[in-house]
Design a protein around this ligand. Sequence first.
Ligand code: ADP
Length: 173
Amino acid sequence: MIQQILILQGDITQLEVDAIVNAANSSLLGGGGVDGAIHRAAGRESLEECRQLKGCETGEAKITKGYNLPAKWVIHTVGPVWEGGNYGEDELLASCYRHSLTLAEEYQIKTIAFPAISTGVYRFPMERASKIAITEVNKFLHNHNSLKQIIFVCFNQSAYDSYQRVMQEITES
Ligand code: ADP
């Protein structure tokens, strides 16, 4: 099967994929936004497994089971808080994608869905974040062939438009 990148608008917790990625915070003990939605949908066992992981550094990723989610796995990654762009935010965000994809490969995950990490409460600008997301996924797919489908899940229309625009720019360049 050919590798495929899709951009969808919707709720990541509903997707029947091998893994969904959570934009977690470093405690891994739950929070608002997509993190809250994932833990609500996965159930309390998910939070218990997270508690045993003893947190996660910014730019790193850890994996738990999906429990009540349609997805089999949840990959928790901690995005950087946007501080204006001069504090290594771009590289840390790229590192989230790389570590999540590497973990996915280790677990023989074929289909994975990403939210727009750091673009909510952590305030990373959407256009810049989507460019990093698409670039890192493209690079990874170029060098690895285990993953078959990568989905970027956009929670609203403006995120969706941004991903579409950036994808087109990158494809045309
Ligand atoms: P962060 O703290 O990394 O910024 P947030 O959860 O606040 O994380 O936001 C990350 C992105 O996830 C935002 O673009 C937000 O709109 C989006 N988001 C929130 N809930 C969901 C959901 N259920 N499915 C997909 N994306 C979501």
